[in-house]
Write a protein of this length. Structure first.
Length: 193
């Protein structure tokens, strides 16, 4: 029998976050060191004071958030939240978001699945899609991989995105549909400031 038998899974009920721009935890300043993510429980995060919460789709982008030079918060206190995967369950993120009222931002892949994630956020609170300019995205998407990315996901997500109500998601879906090609968050590292 393992010494781990009967213990909870690693990171159960925890969320990976990055606090920037002057967030506060209770009455204290709370900032993430450059290049580092913080791990916290939903209960702890309910005491964070921020102006906006940004849901980040991919772990690689979350880890490298400081390298996205074009990503501007315009002096907002932003709590970046990793949406979850097999290690950090998405369940606590949903619970956390439902217990907050701040505007939501979505930093997702510019592909059908990424827009589907943004569309799944509480629509009345979605205030921003965090993406480089349409011009840069159009240029970056114009690759074999960009067209494959769109092609692999379009059938699964088209009906959802065609019926999306939020104007930000609808506008991005129109551009993405016209391009018939997408861009991953990792490729967005190369976008200009």
């Amino acid at each position: 029998m393992s010494e781990k038998s009967g213990t909870r899974p690693t990171h159960e009920g925890e969320i990976a976050v990055i606090a920037r721009g002057g967030c506060r935890l209770g009455q204290r300043p709370w900032e993430s060191p450059t290049g580092a993510c913080l791990i916290a429980t939903v209960d702890t995060l309910l005491h964070v004071h921020c102006d906006a919460i940004c849901v980040v789709e991919n772990w690689e982008a979350m880890r490298s958030l400081h390298l996205y030079r074009w990503l501007r918060a315009d002096d907002a206190k932003v709590l970046y939240v990793f949406r979850g995967d097999t290690k950090f369950s998405p369940g606590p993120v949903k619970s956390f978001l439902s217990g907050r009222t701040e505007p939501l931002w979505a930093f997702v892949d510019f592909d059908p699945a990424g827009l589907g994630i943004a569309n799944g956020l509480p629509g009345e609170r979605l205030a921003r899609l965090v993406l480089p300019t349409w011009e840069w995205l159009a240029s970056a998407a114009d690759t074999v991989r960009g067209r494959e990315l769109f092609g692999q996901q379009a059938a699964q997500w088209s009906a959802t995105l065609d019926s999306a109500r939020h104007p930000l998601v609808r506008a991005a879906w129109t551009v993405l549909s016209d391009l018939q090609a997408g861009v991953t968050q990792e490729r967005m590292l190369g976008a200009p400031e």
